[in-house]
Design a protein around this ligand. Sequence first.
Ligand code: 7TS
Length: 410
Amino acid sequence: MSNFDIDAIRADFPILSRKINGQNLVYLDNAATSQKPKQVIAALTDYYEQTNANVHRGVHTLSIESTDDYELARTKVAKFINAPRPEEVIWTRNTSESLNLVSATWAEKNVGEGDNIVITVMEHHSNIVPWQQLAAKKNAELRYLAADEDGLLDVSNVDSIIDSRTKIVAATHMSNVLGTINPIAMLANQVHAVGGVILVDAAQSVPHMAVDVQELDADFLCFSAHKMLGPTGIGVLYGKYDLLDEMPPYMFGGDMILEVTYEDASWNDLPYKFEAGTPNIADAIATGAAVDYLSELGMDNVWQHEQELTAYAMEQILSLDNVKVLGPKNPCLRGGVISFIHDTIHPHDLGTALDQQGIAIRTGHHCAMPLVRSFDVVAAARASFYIYNTKSDVDALVNGINETEGYFSR
Ligand code: 7TS
């Protein structure tokens, strides 16, 4: 881990020197959104100060430079996930929009009455609701792959759940509640064998591990820049070229057309067919800077750092008497997202008390209401890690839980 210098990394994140309620910030809400290094912030200001112009339109220098930078960022993202062609990378607003795009175009066209859509019980609402809506509209069936008692995907009956009427499997790569990492390549094999496609919700995996769309054999893969050091308001849909090429457009407008007459219109080539209107140029370029930052660290080093931190945190949290961890206990089977429930302290009370100590965690249903309710609770506390977190952040969390316990037992 030669280039993984934690002090140097932390120094790149201006927000980490903020005090919250008089205490040093301990930011453990990375699954919701990550913090931004100064390199990403600089990419935004540089763009607006030096280059700002609309893309794909002008012959003037600024427009040409903006277009080049915008397309370079696309190429960086393609390389980051090992997409064979940059045209397979579509800029969207976020993971949610990428998922909705596939549901409203590919699935709208290919899912019919009596077909089925397979998802898992550990999906974020963004990968449940679009499929519920589509299934109802098409008279199709929505099927769920279950989780076992350790929070691992139960694939014992995968052969009967994914069958000849399965058009699409839409599964999260890593659960934002349980931390579970799902066997995507296996699911891809299963659904390809019956002629269907797989869509991967990679919102929680792409920021934290090396993700290779070819190795996974993913047909579609979605993620958000804001969870991987990039800005809010921009996300990615990767799709295999032939699938994207056959899909109808999602939105209509400027840039996505080839030719328009008063009567009709034809569509532009990929990726522009899916990018109607002036795109989010600055944030795409800053996403390129985020990818540069992560690539420089090396995704294997990022993963290793988080695995070490997760193993340490699991050990500490599991040693607490009144706390139950959701999801796999074995740190090798999960990512750096640890949701937990205290026997007597409500997660919101815990979250508020920790905030008084400068510690940011998330509390609630984590946009996975059915999953959280399956544990007979309506809310859980969640700590989630990233490249700038340290063992002393974990110690602060554990001390914070102990202190809160002391306060509530008074
Ligand atoms: N899928 C997963 C697995 C996620 O964790 C999230 C966001 C999304 C989709 C949606 O991403 P968005 O960028 O479109 O909002 N997860 C969370 C979370 O766990 N806490 O806040 C947002």
